[in-house]
Design a binder for this molecule. Structure first.
Ligand SMILES: Cc1cc2nc3c(=O)[nH]c(=O)nc-3n(C[C@H](O)[C@H](O)[C@H](O)COP(=O)(O)O)c2cc1C
Length: 152
């Protein structure tokens, strides 16, 4: 059944970033969605073992960075190593969103969210956040679409 889901439910590819004190980190996430219009709420589904998970619980802010098409390299960079072991931002240019979440200069757009709720959903946690700041950084560029075969 997982193969059917992977083939027929579409996702983009995002870097979910967080700042907690002097620590910053980011991880690749495909399971990201808008879940409400008023208020404008976004959701990121993150497994509890990710380093990013604990950082979001502490920071109570996170940012969703939309990757542009062709940037599977960034998805791999942030998606196959843990911030517990390496500084994934070394060599990556970024700026701070208003509440401190790092934003990749190479992102197509960013969305900074204030954490409003979290729900356990099977082996993941759904972090829901209200949008507090957002910007398109690259006009006329298409978002990267998740394709299983690009990564696994
Ligand atoms: C294309 C791609 C999509 C991913 N999507 C998710 C996701 O939606 N949720 C999740 O918990 N992990 C996802 N991952 C795995 C994390 O990005 C990966 O475990 C990462 O190393 C966690 O980093 P951290 O420990 O620094 O937080 C994805 C990985 C890749 C390559």
């Amino acid at each position: 059944m997982q193969q059917v889901v992977s083939k027929a439910i579409s996702h983009g590819v995002y870097i979910v970033t967080v700042r907690s004190g002097d620590k910053i980190n980011g991880m690749t996430a495909a399971w990201v969605s808008q879940v409400s219009m008023r208020p404008l709420l976004l959701m990121a589904s993150i497994a509890p073992m990710r380093h990013t998970h604990g950082l979001i619980e502490k920071a109570r802010y996170f940012a969703v960075n939309t990757l542009p098409e062709g940037r599977q390299d960034l998805a791999k960079h942030f998606g196959f190593k843990s911030g517990r072991k390496v500084d994934k931002f070394e060599g990556i240019s970024f700026f701070d969103a208003p509440n401190g979440s790092p934003v990749l200069n190479d992102a197509l757009a960013y969305f900074e969210c204030s954490l409003t709720d979290s729900f356990t959903a099977g082996d993941h946690t759904l972090f829901v956040g209200e949008l507090v700041s957002a910007k398109i950084l690259k006009e006329d560029v298409q978002p990267l679409i998740f394709r299983w075969e690009d990564y696994f």
